[in-house]
Write a protein that binds this ligand. Structure first.
Ligand code: PFF
Length: 477
């Protein structure tokens, strides 16, 4: 059970800004550039976006503070950190149980996250080949490849999904990179990766958005994203918006408890957490402003669903000036975002193995990265060989859901909200008040506001949305 092994001091971030960068790297990921535009598109745009932003600041932000508080106070893996806060607060150590659930959720998420990131990797290759073709033809700024129809371009996704070996190779490569970075440790692995990749991500994001503003239809995109039509909101879409807010901020899976445990300083957590929430939400909104102008310019469907980024956009790019180059950069951007998030996911169980089981970092990363790779194989087979398998088919909500979407849906709709619920109850009601005040650095009316949100609003809202989302019959919708 020993958290630190003898004389070796526990790893840590080199500075406060290193932590913020790594935490933004964890938050900004497929959730922002793939899931958020997909869900906003499917749920009618404006109203969903508004609810999402409200959830981020009213429910997400107080939880970000709480998770970092737990990690920084405990200075241990997620389970150990909660246990230590429980001990110092004189309450039952059984509270650390929700940490275990977080570790399991992070493990499950990284297994399918790597499969989806594998698709992105494949598209980097495909778009790269298109661009090389355009270069070879002496026309690097051309969009469409001669002779390629919309069907052919959109058919690439179907070809990929029908080929388990190709999916496997991509998943293997992505998980391999994730595992390598995590095995290198906090400083020379995770922090170093975030320091290089995050600036690269922001440059690409801004660059492609400016391109979209000129080459696409920004007016229609803004209207779609920011004109709310509340008749489009159902209890299901509230549940989806909450799940997305939690997923995007990396909450409910002990990710920020784990990253927070590597903070050595004692700065207040308010501004740090606000920076993370702003950056994450800003990126999601900008990603919408990057993607939808391009989708609308070509007259495509914003509600295409998960294939929006993989089928709709590649076709749109091919019809636009410099499309193959922009397409290539676009998928590099998603890949970069995915790497800095997947390392944070794998770090959660890896830290647990180090802290609770006494394994070395390399062993722990190999065990969890390796097993997540195996679970991911089941996910990718769900698109071909096991296409008929419905793991939770007995449950209405997942009756017609394949393996990957079942794990995504179950973690996002059940485990994350539950994790968030228990975090709120524990920090809001059970943790020692003086400890909380001292370690969050909050005071005065900010402390009072945060306490209200975490003790009352979060448990009530998360609990309500969880129940009505899972059992829509209650609301009759
Ligand atoms: N926040 C990441 C995204 O939006 O893609 C996903 C994620 C990363 C969730 C890390 C949870 C986590 F601990």
């Amino acid at each position: 059970m020993a958290a630190s092994t003898g004389t070796t001091p526990r790893e840590g971030w080199s500075s406060r800004s290193a932590f913020i960068l790594a935490a933004i790297g964890a938050a900004v990921g497929l959730g922002n550039v793939w899931r958020f535009p997909t869900l906003a598109g499917e749920n009618g745009g404006g109203a969903f976006v508004l609810v999402y932003v409200a959830f981020v600041f009213l429910l997400g932000l107080p939880l970000v503070i709480s998770e970092i508080f737990l990690g920084r106070t405990g200075q241990d893996d997620a389970v150990g950190s909660i246990r230590k806060v429980a001990q110092r607060s004189g309450v039952s150590e059984a509270w650390s149980g929700f940490g275990i659930m977080g570790v399991v959720a992070a493990f499950l998420i990284v297994s399918f996250y790597s499969v989806v990131a594998g698709w992105v990797l494949y598209y980097v290759g495909v778009m790269g080949a298109d661009f090389v073709g355009a270069l070879a033809a002496g026309d690097p700024l051309r969009g469409a490849l001669p002779g390629e129809s919309q069907e052919a371009i959109q058919g690439r996704m179907g070809d990929l999904f029908a080929d388990p070996m190709l999916l496997l190779a991509m998943h293997f490569a992505f998980m391999g990179v994730t595992l390598y970075i995590v095995a290198r440790g906090i400083g020379s692995g995770i922090e170093a990766a975030a320091t290089v990749l995050m600036p690269m991500f922001f440059v690409l994001l801004i660059g492609i958005t400016i391109y979209g503003a000129f080459a696409g239809d920004m007016g229609e995109a803004l209207a779609f994203l920011f004109t709310p039509d509340f008749s489009k909101l159902t209890s299901q879409s509230l549940n989806t918006a909450l799940g997305q807010a939690l997923f995007s901020l990396s909450l409910g899976v002990a990710g920020l408890i784990t990253y927070g445990s590597y903070i050595k300083g004692s700065d207040g957590l308010g501004s740090t957490s606000l920076t993370i929430a702003f950056a994450d939400t800003g990126v999601a909104l900008i990603a919408g402003m990057m993607i939808f102008p391009i989708v609308f310019a070509v007259g495509l469907d914003p509600a295409a669903g998960p294939t929006l980024v993989f089928q709709t956009l590649p076709f749109a790019f091919q019809t636009m000036p410099a499309g193959s180059l922009i397409g290539l950069l676009f998928f590099v951007l998603i890949l970069v975002a995915a790497v800095t998030s997947s390392i944070s996911l794998l770090e959660v169980p890896t830290a647990w193995g180090i802290g609770e089981m006494g394994w070395s970092r390399t062993t722990s990363a190999l065990i969890f990265g390796g097993s997540a790779f195996l679970v991911g194989i089941a996910c990718l087979l769900g698109y071909n060989v096991w296409a008929d398998v419905r793991p939770l088919g007995f449950w209405d909500l997942f009756a017609d859901t394949d393996i990957l979407d079942t794990i995504d849906g179950f973690t996002g709709k059940v485990m994350l909200p539950l994790g968030a619920f228990f975090t709120a109850i524990f920090v809001g009601w059970r943790a020692d008040r003086r400890l909380v005040q001292e370690m969050t650095g909050l005071s005065g009316s900010w402390l009072a506001l945060w306490r209200f949100l975490i003790a009352w609003l979060c448990p009530l809202a998360v609990g309500l949305i969880l129940v009505t989302g899972l059992f829509p019959a209650i609301l009759g919708s």
